[in-house]
Design a protein around this ligand. Structure first.
Ligand SMILES: [Zn+2]
Ligand SMILES: [Zn+2]
Length: 335
């Protein structure tokens, strides 16, 4: 096998530079993907900056990958060379623990991430265990499908876990890469959707994506008006907020679910939790089974990421635009 050509950070926060590595022999269960598209997720930017203290350099980011199968290991029966596929945050798991055997591989203590301690998708090729490589239906264009592999599953899985259905009233807090997909999926599930944003300019876009209602979080009156009205709020906000106000927006037994990470610890008063049996939770990606389901739902119901495309060679420019929150709503690198 020839060397894989990618773009790597060589130090925390550094610009990405061309970098080649030898992937070695293809493993029995492994698949090699020739990458056509790779989305830029905020996790990539955190990993480049070593915000989570787990990055090792040089390191090629990227885990919202679409491409075609270039080679399969000798034991792979599920995929063929030439097939269009996707790969998200997770690239392997032990396959044997309680969580793997329950179909919750995303909770496996030995889970391997596509671009943590190994090289990811800002490259011409990438490898992963075949169980985590998902066929992509023809109806989904590659560019709009790439962000579903991490951003999409991150919001889809909690909506499914918490049983969102046509009777549900769902809040989506933060209208960006994750939020714009959450609005579309909640709408597909038949829920009444309320978008929360600190930017009044997002109202029109949120409604076009399918939101029925819009709350400007800078207006305390608007926040008070939704008190006690929602069953489920998914928060993709990565800034600190008065989370008590969001708890107040929940009906009894409602749930506030974090998929975005605010910088400070989340502090709330216990009384709204006690009195209304309200819950606070979070959710990480989803299993390969759920990933296939999400991709199928997206293809059949027309859920697509809104994307801005950049050539792979301009990854640094794209990252700068993502950092400045200028991209509507997901940057995708194309080879
Ligand atoms: Zn991600
Ligand atoms: Zn496991």
């Amino acid at each position: 096998m020839s060397l894989i050509q990618g773009l790597a950070a060589h130090a925390a926060g550094a610009e990405l530079l061309p970098f080649r590595y030898d992937p070695g022999e293809l493993g029995l269960q492994e698949v090699e993907i020739g990458i056509s598209h790779c989305g830029i997720c905020h996790s990539d930017i955190h990993l480049i900056s070593n915000d989570w203290g787990m990055s090792q350099y040089p390191f090629i980011p990227g885990h919202e990958i679409i491409g075609t199968v270039k080679a399969v290991g000798p034991s792979v029966r599920s995929l063929e060379v030439g097939q269009r596929v996707g790969l998200g945050w997770q690239s392997n798991s032990c396959g044997e623990c309680e969580w793997c055997t329950r179909g919750m591989e995303n909770l496996c203590p030995l889970m391997e991430a596509t671009c943590v301690h190994r090289h990811g998708g800002y490259a011409d090729r990438v490898r992963a265990n075949a169980r985590f490589v998902i066929p992509i239906p023809e109806a989904l264009p590659s560019e709009q499908a790439a962000p579903l592999l991490c951003g999409g599953i991150t919001v889809y899985n909690p909506l499914r876990i918490h049983g969102v259905n046509p009777s549900s009233r769902v809040g989506v807090a933060g209208i960006g890469g994750l939020g714009h997909l959450a609005i579309q999926f909640a709408r597909v599930f038949g829920a009444e959707v309320t978008a929360f944003s600190s930017s009044a300019a997002k109202e029109e876009e949120a409604r076009e994506l399918g939101a029925h209602n819009f709350v400007n979080t800078r207006e305390s009156k608007a926040m008070k008006e939704v008190a006690g009205s929602l069953d489920f709020i998914i928060s993709a906000i990565s800034a600190d907020q008065d989370w008590g106000v969001y708890l107040q927006a929940l009906r009894p037994t409602g749930t506030l679910c974090f998929v975005g990470v605010p910088p400070s610890p989340v502090t709330v008063h216990a009384l709204p939790l006690i009195n209304g049996i309200r819950s606070i939770t979070g959710s990480p990606i989803g299993s390969p089974h759920r990933l296939r389901e999400m991709i199928d739902v997206a293809a059949r119901h027309g859920v697509k990421a809104q994307t801005e495309r950049f050539p792979m060679a301009k990854a640094n420019e794209a990252i700068e635009r993502v950092k400045k929150n200028k991209v509507r709503y997901r940057a995708v690198l194309a080879n």
